[in-house]
Design a protein around this ligand. Sequence first.
Ligand code: HEM
Length: 506
Amino acid sequence: MEEDTQYHPRMITREPEREGRCYFRSVYKLKIKSETKVVQQDFHLIDLLSHFVRERIPERVVHAKGSGAHGYFEVTRDISNITMAAPFSEGVGTKVPLTMRFSTVAGESGTPDTNRDPRGFAIKMRTSMGIWDWVFNNTPVFFLRDPTKFPLFIHSQKRDPQTNLRSPTIQWDYWSQNQESVYQVMILFSNRGTPRSWAQMHGWSGHTYKLVAKDGSWHYVKIKVISQQGIDNLTAEEALQLAASNPDHNTQDLRDRIAAGNFPTWHVAIQTMTPEEGQKYKYDVNDLTKVWPEDEFPLVEVGKIVLNKNPENWFAEIEQLSFSPGNMPPGAEPSNDPVLQSRLFAYSDTVRHRLGPNHLEIPINCPLAVHNFQRAGWMRVDGGAGTLPPSAPNYPSSFQPPVSFPQRPYNLSQIADPIVGPATVLSSYQLSRMDFEQPNDLYNKEFTEVERQSLVANVITALNSVTVQQVQQRSLNMFACVDTNLGNAIGKGIGLQPSSPLTCGA
Ligand code: HEM
């Protein structure tokens, strides 16, 4: 190259596969002599700069830091008696392509992977009947069951609007005033709050969903995605050390595993309840703060997930990836869980802001085969008719080329929950003593001794940085409501005693 000659990279990099879709200006040399003044006619300089200064899009309002990979889901058991949803309806051995994204919740997009936080565990399956998004976490329950609390809860975990600092005092003020969160808080402050690797954690639907068979019979269902790499967690010290030495530890771990051919694998299992069992269940079947014990509602293995391909273009395949719990094929339906019902709205809504109204046309989000009646709007780049000819009408025409609508074999009123009983009516958002039963089981029966010790130590460290004593006291009382020994052990570490008498819900 001549000394005073520069090539504009976009002009010399032609992408043959895009020929015909975008019209590139012809390739030529742009000469900038040292004595030449930059003027408006240096169109390519201005083009380059103006694209550069627009390279960022809004990050996710939650779950901003994360990464992912591609692979497949394979059906391993025939459950067509339970659901008509693809891929299950297509027989054992059916495989569908998928993309998964793992994330932390509260931190911004540059924050360390190893921060103490739940992990997002989102799976996009591209089935023959459309996209099926499983937007799960690595915990079986969530902090709340009243969706109006979600934005307020997230505010308490993110930065204080005055100082722009995260604050343990504010975090514990929220949790201790909303003690239905205690099960999730206990998982978070055990070493399960800092997984060593995304491949070494399970994923859970949390919510109850419904699976519906062709004849309209239906079951409540919860889904668990079980790591075949085993579970491994970091200690608080290891997590802190990695946050400093390699903030992208989990991102790199996933990439390295796949690059080395050690493809992370999960088994998929479901728990089911008939509508009648749901009505009789001790807890509200739509309460997101409760688990269905596996000894009462056994896991049935139905599928397998393998991740075997790293993204080649991270922005296109991961940052532009978007999920919605509302993306479900016929045969899968939401339950009445109010948090799930709220999520059916919130995800597509946020994504219209983050990626635009045509986010489903972005290749990574696009279903395998689509026709729709949406033709216009920002960044409509595919001509708009999906697999129909570009001239196809944007309404269901009676005389233009055929658009046929597959019929759902069941009637939606057939699968409505009966409007009686605890299965559908959240009897109260108020805290009750029952809210401490499962946390007690978690502490005494499920946690190992190491997990119990890590929980106590990590809570003591966190509560010692809370600056308001009434928040410390209320938080301590919350743990004492779970278990007397747990309360006493934490109290010892923060120099307080559980209140007497204790009030543990109505
Ligand atoms: C009312 C309750 C909730 C609301 C309003 C809500 C809202 C959101 C929003 C706005 C995003 C960002 C989406 C995007 O920009 O693409 C998000 C991401 C996410 N949420 Fe929720 N969320 C709720 C509860 C939950 C629950 C209960 C779970 C798990 C069981 C969950 C799992 C996730 C995951 C995994 C992501 C990351 C998706 C990705 O990787 O792109 N969320 N949530």
